[in-house]
Design a protein around this ligand. Structure first.
Ligand code: ZN
Length: 197
């Protein structure tokens, strides 16, 4: 069971790419294309955190992921920079911070081992996405980053956020608004999830 999370929605439009095009629409379009491809495989089930243009809170998204027993979560976003120069894609996972402060009793150690397992899996998935996205945006990877991410916090499954490009960069923006490129990005994510399993 794979959870696909198209970021934003409804009154939360995300980043504005043009008068008519917002982050929320593009993340949904890519997510729906990804769902379609994954379901063709036949052995992967897909749960979306939203399938239409509606507002869904972080806690509702998490509830969907846990109640459907999702085993993997991919969240799709678009980036924005302060200037026009930032370009490319980056991948985030919810990091190791908590593990470092954990207690040393056996219960905590077991919990840490489970946690390390899904953190390692998150990084492995992130690396696969990085590799497959590089085919579309050669040498445009900005790396895999560890960050505190509200939608991923407290989830005990491998989970990543993909910031697919910069709305503030003219070339990135053109690509992000192009339906063909959106489908290519969806395919790269599909390939990564397939490779992961
Ligand atoms: Zn976003």
């Amino acid at each position: 069971m794979v959870i696909i999370d198209p970021a934003h929605g409804g009154s939360d439009i995300g980043i504005r790419l043009s008068d008519k095009e917002y982050e929320k629409n593009i993340t949904l379009a890519i997510s729906l294309a990804l769902k379609k491809e994954l379901e063709k495989l036949g052995n992967i089930r897909v749960q979306m955190t939203r399938v239409s243009d509606k507002l869904v809170s972080f806690s509702e998204r998490k509830k969907i992921a846990t109640s459907t027993q999702g085993e993997l979560l991919v969240s799709v976003h678009i980036n924005a920079g302060f200037g026009k120069n930032s370009t490319g894609y980056e991948i985030y996972y919810a990091g190791f911070r908590d593990a470092q402060t954990a207690q040393s009793n056996s219960k905590e150690i077991l919990k840490d081992m489970a946690r390390n397992k899904y953190l390692n899996d998150s990084i492995r998935l992130a690396q696969l996405i990085q590799k497959n996205m590089d085919n579309i945006f050669p040498r445009k990877s900005r790396g895999i980053r560890d960050a505190a991410i509200p939608v991923l916090e407290g989830l005990s499954i491998p989970a990543v956020i993909v910031e697919i490009g910069f709305a503030t960069h003219p070339e990135d923006r053109k690509k992000l608004m192009d339906v063909k490129t959106q489908n290519t990005i969806a395919h790269a994510l599909y390939q990564s999830i397939k490779d992961f399993y």
